[in-house]
Design a protein around this ligand. Sequence first.
Ligand code: ADP
Ligand code: MG
Length: 402
Amino acid sequence: MPAHRQVRQLELVSDVAVEISAVRAVDDLLWEIVRQIQTKLGYYYVHLATIDSHKRAAVCRAGWDHHGPRPDLVGWSQHVRDHGLIGWVSWTGEPLLVPDVRKDARYYFDERFPETRSELTVPIKRGEEVVGVLDAQAREVGAFDNGDLMVLQTLARQVSVALTNADLFERLTASRAELENKARVLDNFAEMSAAAQEDERRRIALDLHDGIVQLLVGARFEVEALRTTESIVSPEVLRRLEGVSRILNECTADIRRVVFDLYPQELTRFGLVTALEHFVTTLRRLFKLRCRMSTAGEAVRLPQDRELAAFRFTQEALSNASRHANDARVEVSLLFSEGELIITVADSGPGFDMAAVAGIEGFGLQSMRRNAARANGRIEIYATPGAGTVVTLTIPTHGYKS
Ligand SMILES: Nc1ncnc2c1ncn2[C@@H]1O[C@H](COP(=O)(O)OP(=O)(O)O)[C@@H](O)[C@H]1O
Ligand SMILES: [Mg+2]
């Protein structure tokens, strides 16, 4: 074998090794390999095919002839087993060096390359399985020697590694996409069940309000009527009726509070500011929370679902303040400015370590994030151990009238 030819073969192998180690798309690599073989060794045609998933055909992935790249041949397939030398090599997994194709019965004349006289085909294998073929054709009889065979086999092994890596990468990407998809489905599900829960709460609140509350009010009127008809009741009965009236009053107040917790009716009728004022008053009275609320700017109404989400967000932030910073002062402020509403809940309580709760957030913080998203808003939490907590929600209000 002429020395300069051996040098070119060795060069080729080392150049391709460098190509393979550089991270790139597998198709680019396949093209680079056929280009290098054709241009360095000067063959008539070089191509690389991979076996399809049904293991029936070898499908061309990259081809390079004496004029340059042949993208038009990509996708062209040859039957495994009975279609020419490619078919034979794909079937047997053995390399094949044919010095004169006209004398080999397995050769299948290809009118696109009528001048082919000799051909060298090697399998690309993963373990025992043939996953592709690398094929070179020459216009001269006896153009290939053992050196060429070794070069092509070496390159085929490297291609096999590259194909395996690409395959793994593809599977990894697919499973990541699948996981992301599942996460989205779960998110949607959480969103749907939150919406269903709101509907259910509203229904129960309405039932209570229109049912029990009205009955209690009616009963109280009856008692009052009896009480004022002094002529027919004794002082003892009168005293007792007073007691019953007080109990009925308390019942009504209790149930109204439950109704409000379930669903703030004021929200629909009077909007966020009124509903939150009511909630803050309740916290002050029932939980002795030192809480103040202020509003600035010109209040606008938002679509109902956004107001409800903003309300739930603030309710949650205030519940946290009342639960974790009960001795502290709490300020709620609503700032309506050009195109946005900023709701801030700030307390001077113990604060907390944000890093410590990251990833293990309780339902409260999670629901705040979900409601912020439902209000199409942006949530920010500033907490420092020993220095209080500030939570803000910024909601766009463009396009809504005051
Ligand atoms: N205003 C606050 N002041 C102090 N700590 C808070 C405050 N808000 C939240 N935290 C801390 O963050 C944690 C997570 O809050 P959350 O998700 O609402 O869960 P939960 O209130 O049920 O514990 C709380 O357990 C608490 O340690
Ligand atoms: Mg909480």
